[in-house]
Design a binder for this molecule. Structure first.
Ligand code: 4AD
Ligand code: MG
Length: 468
């Protein structure tokens, strides 16, 4: 065990060791008081709650207490005593205060008054010091931990798939190119094209949009794997649900069909949400009070209800009936068209009032690798649709037949050569298998009740925005 150099405020507030001397270190949230007493609210990030430090102005130099302003970083050592004021069980009677870093009140941007989330995005380097972002990032941590725990407890292996890839084939979206070539003067081939043979990897490379294809290679050897890493998409979608850099969790399991894939997705999501309810109660209570009074009720309802499992074709029928009855959607509804988030949310929020797993989508709107159904029209795709979010998970059974996969790749005008290694797994020891991708930030959006995906990742990357 490491030797602590301070008591975490989370621990101090739980402590019954009253009368004991402790040291806390953190950032001042506020100072108030009268001539004969100063109350300092201190936060160290270990909990949403501040500890109150009571200082007798007569016992400290005036210049020192003057530097204890909102945002300053201090150490306080003193006796932990029962608090007389309401709102906290214990407080610290300060014996010694040290200033680590001042925060001049005339220019420190985070004052005690509430700031808008938009303003806080502009100062994303400081926003972790606010209650809101402290709560969101603690919950984000808890969810990451719970994801690893869930898979480890269920016998899955964490597989690290590459971030730089030469295959453009996943079809999940536009990619960011990775190159060390001189953009002003790139080497050219005889016919005038950029000569990527001279690039760092000797070929054209990009940042990955998904770890799935390599994840499948792992599943076809280790049996059940998951990835959990950053993915990159260069679409220009400026929405509250899209990031250019986001984290994705992708389990991939040998010998799974569509039912098992759905069962895994539902069990996994319920486990994570229950984990948050059980382990992040203080932070959830704060977010519920500040932003979303239905937050924990919504989380509980997802944990307690079976998800609806529905064919895409039936989903389209429900949406068409809604249109006939006068419901207005911005985008058209027709068999063969992809669902927009307004359609997904109609099914979930208005029609069923619980999460929906939509399956068997038209082949034409889904990726080349999805297992083809015998109807010749649909594939064994599976999207999990959530209240307020729309699509939170996208997955499928994978086509394991070499011949069908080859025909599909040709039909889509893709390069078989580029995917030779993927194709080879269908030649040797091919197996039925399935998996899905959970967008980590969409999960955090749902669990925290925040409205914008930019507010659930510490440093968001979106079109025209890569600050910090
Ligand atoms: O549906 P998608 O594109 O699926 C895949 O990438 C598959 N390879 C997954 C698999 O089967 N292994 O993305 C999966 C999930 C979406 O459901 C969504 O939650 C999230 O990733 N996602 C995004 N999240 C934030 N910003 C974006 N631009 C996102 N695009 C997808
Ligand atoms: Mg999808």
């Amino acid at each position: 065990m490491i030797t602590p150099t301070r008591t975490l405020i989370a621990e101090a507030l739980k402590s019954s060791a009253q009368g004991k001397e402790i040291t806390v270190k953190g950032w001042v949230r506020s100072k108030r008081g009268a001539k004969n007493v100063a109350f300092i609210a201190l936060n160290d990030g270990s909990t949403i709650h501040n500890i109150q430090i009571v200082a007798d102005p007569a016992a400290f130099p005036e210049e020192l207490l003057a530097k204890v302003t909102t945002g300053a970083c201090i150490r306080a050592t003193g006796t932990l005593v029962e608090s007389l004021g309401s709102g906290q069980p214990v407080e610290i009677q300060a014996k010694d205060i040290e200033i680590y870093g001042e925060a001049d009140p005339t220019d420190y941007p985070l004052q005690k008054k509430g700031h808008s989330l938009e303003f806080l995005r502009e100062i994303a380097y400081l926003r972790p010091r606010t209650n809101t972002f402290g709560a969101v990032f603690r919950i984000r941590h808890a969810m990451a931990f719970a994801i690893h725990k869930y898979f480890n407890d269920n016998g899955f292996y964490y597989l690290h798939t590459p971030l730089i890839t030469a295959s453009d084939a996943e079809g999940a979206g536009a990619m960011f190119q990775v190159t060390t070539l001189d953009m002003a003067n790139p080497p050219r081939t005889e016919d005038g094209k950029i000569n990527y043979e001279e690039d760092f990897f000797g070929k054209h490379t990009s940042l990955t949009v998904s770890g799935q294809l390599e994840g499948e290679l792992g599943a076809l050897a280790l049996g059940q794997i998951y990835t959990f890493g950053p993915t990159f998409r260069a679409e220009n979608s400026n929405t509250p649900r899209h990031l250019a850099e986001f984290w994705m969790i992708e389990p991939e399991v040998a010998f799974y069909g569509l039912q098992e894939d759905m069962n895994l997705a539902e069990d996994f999501l319920k486990y994570l949400i229950l984990y948050a309810l059980d382990n992040c109660a203080d932070d959830l209570a704060f977010l519920e009070k500040m932003y979303d009074e239905e937050l924990t009720a919504r989380l509980r309802s997802v944990v307690e209800n079976d998800f609806v499992r529905l064919d895409y074709t039936e989903g389209i029928e429900i949406l068409k009936t809604a249109v006939q009855k006068g419901h207005k959607f911005e985008f058209p509804v027709d068999w063969g068209l992809d669902l927009q988030s307004e359609h997904e949310r109609y099914l979930v929020e208005k029609h069923f009032k619980k999460p929906v797993i939509l399956i068997n989508y038209p082949a034409g709107i889904k990726a080349f690798y999805m297992k083809q159904n015998t109807d010749g029209k649909t594939v064994q795709a599976m999207d999990v649709l959530f209240p307020r979010i729309g699509e939170i998970i996208g997955g499928s059974v994978r086509e394991e037949s070499y011949e069908k996969l080859k025909a599909k790749i040709h039909a889509e005008g893709m390069s078989e050569q580029e995917l030779w290694w993927y194709m080879d797994t269908r030649r040797w020891g091919s197996a039925p298998h399935a998996g899905f991708g959970l967008g980590f930030e969409r999960l955090i959006l749902f669990v925290t009740g925040m409205a914008n995906i930019r507010d659930v990742i510490p440093f968001p990357r979106t079109p025209k925005n890569a600050e910090f």
